[in-house]
Design a protein around this ligand. Structure first.
Ligand code: GRF
Length: 295
């Protein structure tokens, strides 16, 4: 059981020991504080005293563990732990279920190496406002699945027929409580069903300066080859909303790099990847937080 918990929390045995110690010390502090607070009320021991004690320690407990976590160096862990707890409670309770209190959950659709997906996951790790809730992929051998496993993120391997001819996995995404979709190296066109289910809440990154070098078949090295063949002196990245047409949605952000005479598709790809890793996670965060979730 302890081993399972350690794996779930993804911590070393040393950190695990500190976490358990925080729970123990925080719990004791909470018990003592609860009793001290109740002595101020002069209520005699009985049912009411007991009920009040339970309520008091429930309220005081998060403060106690956070307090103890600081000297034990576990503040970050407990901040996330308590936040996740709050999220679960608010998700299941109509009283607390207010949009702004619940972190937005994103699904990353990727079918390649997944370097962008990993940068986004790393960047959002510990965020109280956005969680990567699912990795969606259409290739069982894709590197992104290993990345998802490493970070303990659920994955969904999708089937072409179901994606295009049925409900485009809208129900599955809703079951995972996905609020926003981020494409990062996903080559299938996004069906209208999905676009309608997530209006203005699907974004993509394209490895060139759209509207140049976009459209069907323009992905990976084909894009860089086209840039070089065209004699462009600059290229870059475009982050844009997704519509039913490849690479045609409104641009959210662009960043540029120089193309030199000695560049090859490989060297250009490396420059572009650097830009993608530098900007995509930040733009994802900004766009997810700014989106309108009322529709
Ligand atoms: C990126 O170059 C992105 O622009 C494009 O697909 C590529 C994915 O690369 N849409 P990676 O799998 O994230 O390394």
């Amino acid at each position: 059981m302890l081993k399972k918990l350690k794996e779930k929390w993804q911590v070393s045995w040393i950190q695990f020991t500190f976490i358990i110690s925080t729970f123990a010390l925080g719990g004791s502090l909470c018990g003592i504080t609860g009793k001290k607070l109740l002595t101020l009320t002069n209520i005699e021991r009985g049912v009411i005293y007991f009920v009040l004690y339970i309520i008091t320690i429930t309220i005081v407990w998060p403060f106690c563990v956070i307090f103890v976590s600081i000297p034990l160096g576990q503040f970050k862990f407990f901040k996330n732990y308590l936040y996740n707890m709050w999220r679960k409670i608010s998700r299941n309770s109509s009283i607390f279920n207010h949009q702004s209190l619940v972190a937005k959950r994103i699904a990353i659709f990727a079918s390649g190496a997944g370097s962008n997906a990993e940068k986004i996951i790393d960047y959002l790790q510990g965020s109280a406002f956005i969680k990567v809730g699912l990795i969606v992929c259409n290739k069982p051998e894709a590197g992104v699945l290993t990345i998802a496993a490493k970070h303990n993120i659920p994955t969904l391997l999708i089937d072409k027929d179901l994606f295009f001819k049925q409900d485009a996995y809208v129900n599955t995404l809703k079951n995972y409580s996905i609020d926003f979709i981020v494409l990062a190296g996903f080559l299938w066109k996004i069906p209208m069903t999905l676009i309608k289910a997530y209006p203005n809440k699907i974004i993509n990154i394209h490895p060139a300066l759209l509207p140049k070098h976009g459209g069907k078949g323009m992905y990976g090295h084909f894009v860089h080859q086209a840039v070089l063949a065209n004699g462009d002196t600059e290229s870059g990245i475009t982050i844009h909303y997704v519509t039913e047409h490849f690479d045609e949605g409104k641009t959210i952000f662009q960043a540029k790099c120089q193309v030199s005479a000695t560049d090859t598709p490989d060297t250009l790809a490396a420059k572009i990847h650097q830009l993608e890793h530098q900007y995509y996670p930040k733009i994802v965060e900004k766009t997810v937080l700014a989106a309108d979730y009322s529709n």
